[in-house]
Design a protein around this ligand. Structure first.
Ligand SMILES: [Zn+2]
Length: 351
């Protein structure tokens, strides 16, 4: 049920910095475990043979294939995928499969996987420790000299202050088991600056920071990006796509040597950009910004990293040299140990 179209970029060794673990799971596994977890999937009966037609119907039920019109429209799809993260065993299995598919199907050598402990807790009721240990076991089982991966902890902006503090303290207490911290969810109405004191503690603990900022079109998008860097200590920006409307902030980001984690398909489907053609990725690269290529939520957006490369080649004339450049930027900006990153990238998959 993955994207089966062969891509000529499959064997290129790649780095991905921005992928949400929870929405990257194998659909086959979701279908397999759905009945035992009481997940009702419209149009799907357990054991039913997957014909092309059932598959098309299932994709419509489970995935986001057209630009989103409203949040409620996609919420049920998010919740269906959330429910699969129900036990330690499943968390480990799903994580392991995500890592294996990334290596074998997408030629990924370096993968940063971000997740929100509060989101997974919503499905599993497990402690943060148990969730994190299961994720680390999944990653460790998939690790090889030619594949390195690590978890980034997400703080959800929408959390009340007390809960946010608990999550951040969990990250800090387990700082040797996280490669970095992220702040995610809607910016508008949930400004990151509410969490300045927590991000000071994260910086003091030595954890690198990336922040979702400047994703949605909004008059203050550029300021959100500057705030993430100036006040929250971000050295990378998740999306930041709206920066194109503010040349001064573009200069500022360049000066600060901050990499942008761009996600083409995601930006189109969430309507962060009006259309694929209007995505500024090429312009940002030409302006000298450190652009990296990412999938965000590959399963729910029905994409993978090869497909993103295909789209960039088709719509923006990206060639091998540009992809190589973006992978260099991503390798340099990675929160994983630099030696492991370079070593994994230098090897062929499976070595
Ligand atoms: Zn994201």
């Amino acid at each position: 049920m993955k994207r089966e179209t062969p891509s000529r970029w499959k064997s290129m060794r790649k780095v991905e910095l921005h992928r949400h673990l929870e929405l990257s799971l194998r659909l086959e596994t979701l279908l397999e475990v759905a009945p035992s977890l009481g997940i009702r999937i419209p149009g799907w009966k357990q054991g039913e043979k997957l014909t092309e037609e059932t598959l098309r119907e299932l994709h419509k039920e489970l995935l986001i294939l057209k630009p989103m019109q409203s949040l409620s429209e996609v919420l049920s799809k998010f919740l269906m995928m959330q429910k699969a993260w129900a036990s330690e065993e499943l968390i480990e299995r799903l994580t392991y499969e995500i890592c294996v598919d990334a290596q074998q199907e997408e030629g990924i050598a370096v993968l940063e996987l971000r997740y929100s402990p509060t989101f997974i807790q919503g499905a599993s009721s497990l402690s943060f420790e148990k969730i994190h240990e299961a994720i680390c076991r999944g990653i460790d089982r998939a690790r090889s000299p030619s594949f390195v991966a690590g978890p980034i902890g997400i703080l959800q902006r929408t959390l009340p202050p007390k809960e946010a503090e608990q999550v951040v303290h969990f990250f800090i207490d387990h700082r040797d088991k996280f490669i970095g911290v992220d702040l995610a969810d809607r910016e508008v109405g949930f400004e990151g600056t509410r969490f300045i004191h927590l991000f000071e503690q994260i910086q003091k603990a030595g954890l690198p920071i990336t922040i979702h900022a400047g994703e949605e079109p909004h008059p203050e998008s550029a300021r959100f990006i500057r705030d993430a860097i100036n006040h929250l200590g971000a050295t990378r920006i998740g999306h930041g796509v709206q920066i194109i409307h503010d040349p001064e902030t573009m200069e500022f980001v360049k000066e600060k040597d901050v990499a942008l984690e761009l996600c083409l398909t995601s930006n189109c489907l969430t309507q962060a950009v009006p259309s694929m053609q209007e995505h500024p990725i090429r312009k940002l690269l030409e302006a000298g910004l450190k652009v990296t290529i990412n999938t965000d939520d590959p399963t729910i957006f029905h994409t993978n990293l090869n497909h993103e490369y295909d789209l960039l080649e088709e719509h923006f004339d990206f060639n091998r040299a540009l992809f190589h450049q973006c992978n260099q930027f991503a390798a340099e900006a990675s929160f994983l140990p630099h030696f492991d990153v370079l070593h994994a990238l230098s090897l062929q998959g499976g070595e």
